[in-house]
Design a protein around this ligand. Sequence first.
Ligand code: SAH
Ligand code: SF4
Length: 373
Amino acid sequence: MLKFFIMEVRSEKMEQAKQESEKIRLSGLDKNELEALMETLGEKKFRAGQVFSWLYVKNAKTFDEMSDIKKDLREKLKECAIITDVKIKTKQISSDGTLKYLLEYKDGNTAECVLMRFDNRANLTACVSSQIGCAMGCKFCATGRRGIIRNLEPYEILEQILTIQRDTGLKVTNVVFMGQGEPFNNYENVIRAIELINTCLTIGIRRITVSTCGIVPKIYDVSNEDLVPTLAISLHAPNSVLREKIMPVEKRYNLADLKKALQHYSEKTGKRVTLEYVLIGKLNDTKECAAELAHFMKDLKCNVNLIPYNPVEPCDNGALTFKKPDKKDIMKFKYILEASGKKVTVRLERGADIDAACGQLKGKMELAQNGKS
Ligand code: SAH
Ligand code: SF4
């Protein structure tokens, strides 16, 4: 009898789970799509505006919160829709206020996003992932070592910012695509995500930055988009020989072609690019490298951001050793670049105590899980 009862409860639960997965997910729908949904539900179009505002302005977590929406519509929505299917798996808070989330998607895959608060409290920057893993295999990068699993959908990217807003009650003001993944290997979805971030979350296009390791054809493509984000380029070496050793992408799209693409981007859009340069102790942080980098930047409209290398878990990198740069070498490097007339920033370590660097939290979770089995 008890067995029969348990089986019945189980099948009820399974039915419920099936029904949940068949429901329409509202998060990620734009105004037009919400209007179409209202029409199908036999509701007036203007209701879409109310739902839009609860989803994207008031960051509602439940239908019951949507107090100015008439009760019968809320009930209808509960029956046929869910707000989101993305869950927070873990959340870490750094002593400097940086928050790091590991999100779990519908298929069980996970990706990270980070909220950084800079001194100017008005600026809240979300760092988002564009893929689960990455195919580019940069030698110094934890994500690159694990390979690619899949692209993220536009709503899965948008959800990273929405999750932060729902969880903190704060409004994100800036977005950088600097989490896991190579955004330009997931070009269409990233462009759609940018559109959603801009129109649904009203984050200005000047406050959206895409970081790429230099997928040259996509730099030309993005220059022609209606919404052109700011570009950050992971350069990390001032010449092809050294770059090829640490970034396999150099074999496909070399520095000379990358430079031409960046010149085109700036001419077409008027925008300045940021060159990112991870300083790796005694590998690419020498005075000679700085002089070569200064020369490379001469005919580019750019700033440069120096990022002290953040050690990732040990692995075999052939003949190369990766270590943190010495403070005095960072200062020398910076000085040489500044003397060439460019604006140079050194990236502050954010969330160092919670591994808020490219791919590190996920790596640790995977290691812990592997260790258990
Ligand atoms: N795939 C894109 C977006 C990721 S951005 C790109 O590479 O640009 C993540 C930034 O952190 C990149 O500039 C990347 O090169 C850098 N990074 C990766 N591993 C790092 C490490 N161990 N220490 C410091 N920076 C790292
Ligand atoms: Fe991919 Fe960027 Fe990491 Fe290179 S640095 S492996 S492109 S995520």
